[in-house]
Design a protein around this ligand. Structure first.
Ligand SMILES: NC(=O)c1ccc[n+]([C@@H]2O[C@H](COP(=O)([O-])OP(=O)(O)OC[C@H]3O[C@@H](n4cnc5c(N)ncnc54)[C@H](O)[C@@H]3O)[C@@H](O)[C@H]2O)c1
Length: 328
């Protein structure tokens, strides 16, 4: 990607899985990056680029001082808790961090005079969509506290935009997967909950078996269907969003997916093929908060940002993740 103009960018949650891939691209493109992360859900081993301030977003004064001194043109906000079933069990934990601490960040941004934000939203805001592929105009009916927390922040951003307090792009990620094609970064969650990573851990023998959460969904093979987007394609979408926001000054809400879905059983077969390991699979019960099918319409992000995916292939996504996982 060709650099257009260098920015100073604050990345909250930049030590995490997706954030670290974005930070790498930002630094490669010549942007100056300050990461704010409390290292709560990741070890920090992915943070190879940019400066790190180990700060919790609940510490509003510290965040304000960092913003005031660094004077970023844009804040990219990844920091959140992300495990849907855990959010059902511990809603307060999720609302406190994902909504409460976002309010503190927004307040610090306002006080420091910073008005551009890229927000990590999620397909979870749609709940069980009435149709697929789901478009940005479809109703938001989240079915988990995690999804609610993202929808609430989107509402707050809309109101602040209407009041002239912020310009934002909310990127609604579908299922993010894959690893840096150069092999440097990848998923490093303390407690991995995503299907592809868990399947690879089962292939490595780090999990005794892989459990499928529900085989009685109204889908062709009874398992949930998801739209998997490669983390490096998603990272590029953030850079395009940042350029757009600063250039056009117009808020947007954009789906990030490929518009194609794979069932859990299809993913498992592909993981078995790539790894050559026939790991054990057990059929379990449905988990709360899981819609049967989630597939993005990506027409809008292609039109508005000129987004062109490079790794739109489940085998490549799994291959890159496997190469990273094997070295861990
Ligand atoms: N992974 C996915 O498939 C997916 C899908 C949709 C949306 N998202 C969103 O993308 C964002 C990033 O997800 P990820 O997969 O990289 O998760 P991650 O857990 O790897 O990254 C989150 C980072 O935020 C940090 N963090 C959390 N709370 C913090 C706080 N209060 N103060 C400072 N730092 C804090 C964590 O330490 C971690 O480094 C999240 O907002 C998530 O909701 C992810």
């Amino acid at each position: 990607m060709k650099r257009k103009s260098p920015f100073r960018v604050v990345v909250t949650g930049g030590a995490g899985y997706i954030g670290s891939h974005v930070v790498k691209l930002l630094v490669r493109e010549g942007h100056e990056v300050l990461v704010i992360d409390n290292l709560s859900t990741t070890s920090g081993e992915n943070l190879k680029y940019g400066r790190l301030a180990i700060v919790d977003l609940s510490e509003e004064e510290k965040v304000f001082n960092l913003l005031k001194d660094f004077k970023p043109q844009v804040v990219i906000h990844f920091a959140a808790f992300i495990v849907v079933p855990e959010s059902v069990e511990k809603p307060l934990k999720y609302y406190y961090n994902n909504v409460g601490n976002t309010l503190r960040l927004l307040s610090a941004m306002k006080r420091a005079g910073i008005e551009n934000l890229i927000f990590s939203s999620s397909a979870a805001v749609y709940g069980i969509p009435e149709r697929v592929p789901v478009t940005e105009e479809d109703p938001l009916k989240p079915i988990s506290p995690y999804g609610e927390s993202k929808a609430m922040v989107e509402k707050i951003l809309r109101d602040m935009d209407l009041a002239g307090e912020i310009k934002y792009i909310s990127l609604r990620y579908f299922n993010v997967a894959g690893a840096d094609p150069e092999g440097e970064l990848g998923p490093t969650y303390h407690q991995p909950s995503h299907l592809i990573i868990r399947a690879l851990k089962a292939a490595k023998g780090e999990l005794p078996f892989l459990e499928i959460y529900g085989t009685d969904y109204p889908t062709p093979d009874g398992t949930c269907i998801r739209d998997y987007i490669h983390v490096t394609d998603l990272a590029k979408a953030h850079l395009l969003a940042m350029e757009y926001l600063v250039r056009e000054g117009e808020s947007q809400v954009l789906n990030c997916g490929y518009g194609r879905g794979y069932s859990v059983k299809e993913v498992i077969e592909t993981v078995r093929k790539i790894t050559g390991v026939n790991f054990e699979v057990r059929e379990g019960k449905r988990r709360p908060g899981d819609p049967p099918v989630l597939i993005a319409s990506n027409k809008k992000i292609k039109e508005i940002l000129g987004f062109k995916p490079e790794f739109e292939d489940l085998e490549i996504i799994i291959k890159h993740t496997w190469e990273f996982e094997k070295r861990r």
